[in-house]
Design a protein around this ligand. Structure first.
Ligand SMILES: Nc1ncnc2c1ncn2[C@@H]1O[C@H](COP(=O)(O)OP(=O)(O)OP(=O)(O)O)[C@@H](O)[C@H]1O
Ligand SMILES: [Mg+2]
Length: 493
């Protein structure tokens, strides 16, 4: 059962909203100003707060800021008189979900609240809710994965976390190798020790040895101080050897020794150093081919590959795509303080069939890019990069042939979002405009007809032929209605 807190200094309004929401099965408490609201929130867990703007003691804007600081997951809906709409818009920028102008009808209110709660639960469940998968204190990244293969990966991570054996994580660029390495470290007994990363492809060959094992003062030109290497620095914890497929054969020998004996010799030293470090390595390189070609040592590969983890490219786990998108939409809403609902149906189709050569990193960048240029509540197809639009055309053909993707599930969740947002813009075909004073059947029909046509045009980007076809209206009738209700289809292009 969802708990709602109604905050308003007008007792009559407070009580009537409370009883109407209770009628819709919400558990409702009330408060008469921002201060009371905060003390209630500190005591009880509320899903949603419905809040007036002008109130004595502490106004709605101040309370909103405090609530969002305390628990950003609480949805705040602002109630406002017409004269205060400017403030309400500001409130939305501060993190309120939306605002409502008074007077409100109880049906509209209950519908809007349900929608807000549903939108939240969609986003929340889209991140793989693995109860104990931690990725360290320094990151708020989550591990998202709903496809069977990713659920298996998750199970493997949990098992690997408990043992000390080396791990080799393989997968294309951007598939999450580093994220998995962190998950293994932060869910095991070494979690309070260091997790040290070194990207072996980024360090010049002549410096790798000293980076990893350290050097003595004067060991080579420029070694003015004695330096501790990453292995020693990570002692007790985990070292993540990223891009291990890129190291030269002489370095491979040295790494093999650490793997076998946990021992190494700093550059310029005649003393061995022993460490207790767990080794996790990653690479996108084709080891089998490199071994055949003699560029990667077979013994090192077998040492590393005791417990392999393979992360498939995104195009092979399309079921994760909507979840990843949902996760990043929520993530960037937080980062940029926005309230973007998600991709439109059209955009979602493009995103779902694109091949994602840069995998999750690319997906994340595409969503963030869309957030930056998007001016509507949705990620529109037009806000996607050319590569996604172009790449999709090629792939979509193939997908249709292969019937790889189950679009129904994806479409449903997106369509839900589409319906939701259109409601809040007044396309819920409610009887908003009907009251006792104009209770008239013809008027009600006209209201509905107008809203319906606007809605249909919007879904079809203002295209007359397409709208007529999709909505089952003869084109002539549609044009007549457009004229009758002074609708401008161009607004929806
Ligand atoms: N399962 C996942 N759920 C959510 N985000 C993910 C997931 N996997 C990867 N990411 C995100 O994708 C981005 C790339 O991940 P990561 O750096 O771990 O990839 P990588 O395989 O190490 O790539 P590269 O080979 O290019 O170094 C990061 O921002 C990471 O947080
Ligand atoms: Mg990486």
């Amino acid at each position: 059962m969802n708990r709602v807190l109604v905050v308003d200094d007008d007792q009559v309004l407070r009580d009537s909203v409370k009883s109407s929401l209770e009628y819709h099965n919400f558990v409702v408490d009330t408060a008469s100003n921002g201060k009371e609201a905060l003390s209630a929130i500190y005591k009880e867990k509320y899903d949603l707060v419905l809040m007036d703007v002008n109130m004595p003691e502490m106004n709605g804007m101040q309370a909103l800021v405090e609530i969002k600081k305390y628990d950003p997951s609480i949805i705040v809906l602002i109630l406002t008189a017409y004269s205060n709409v400017g403030d309400a818009v500001k409130a939305v920028k501060e993190g309120a979900y939306n605002y409502l102008e008074k007077p409100i009808t109880s049906e509209n209110l209950a519908a809007l609240i349900k929608r807000a709660l549903k939108a939240r639960s969609l986003v929340e469940t889209s991140a793989f809710s693995a109860p104990s998968l931690s990725l360290g204190k320094t990151t708020d990244d989550k591990f998202v994965g709903e496809s069977d293969v990713m659920k298996k990966v998750f199970g493997v991570i949990m098992r690997l976390a408990q043992v000390n054996t080396p791990v080799l994580i393989r997968g294309e660029s951007g598939t999450g190798k580093e994220l998995v390495a962190k998950a293994i470290h932060y869910n095991g007994p070494r979690k309070d020790e260091k997790f040290v990363t070194i990207n072996l492809a980024a360090v010049p060959d002549n410096l790798i040895e000293s980076e990893l094992f350290g050097h003595e003062k004067g060991a080579f030109t420029g070694a003015t101080e004695r330096k501790i290497g990453k292995f020693q620095f990570a002692d007790g914890g985990t070292i993540f050897l990223d891009e291990i497929g890129d190291v030269t054969p002489p370095m491979q020998v040295k790494l093999l020794r650490v793997l076998q004996e946990k021992t190494f010799t700093p550059v310029g030293s005649n003393r061995d150093v022993k460490v207790d470090v767990r080794i996790i390595a990653a690479s996108h390189k084709p080891f089998e081919e490199m071994i055949k070609a003699g560029t990667f040592r077979e013994d090192l590969f077998y040492r590393l590959n005791v417990l392999p983890v393979y992360l498939p490219p995104v195009r092979e786990r399309v079921l994760d795509i909507p979840h990843l998108i949902g996760y990043y939409v929520k993530y960037f809403n937080n980062v940029h303080n926005l309230n973007i609902v998600g991709p439109t149906v059209e955009a979602m189709k493009l995103l779902s069939v694109y091949a994602w050569p840069g995998n999750i990193r690319e997906l994340r960048n595409v969503i963030e890019h869309a957030f930056i240029i998007e001016s509507t509540d949705y990620i529109q197809a037009s806000s996607l990069p050319e590569s996604v639009k172009r790449g999709s055309k090629i792939i979509s053909k193939q997908v249709e042939e292969d019937e790889l993707i189950d679009f129904e599930g994806i479409k449903d969740s997106v369509l839900d979002g589409e319906k939701n947002a259109s409601d809040s813009k007044g396309y819920d075909f409610s009887f908003a405009a009907i009251s006792e004073s104009n209770l008239d059947f013809q008027f009600a029909k006209d209201c509905f007809e107008k809203e319906f046509i606007v809605y249909a045009l919007k879904l079809n980007r203002g295209k007359i032929n397409q709208t007529a076809l999709k909505a089952n209206i003869p084109k002539k009738t549609l044009l007549r209605k457009i004229e009758k209700y002074s609708i401008n289809p161009k607004e929806y292009y």
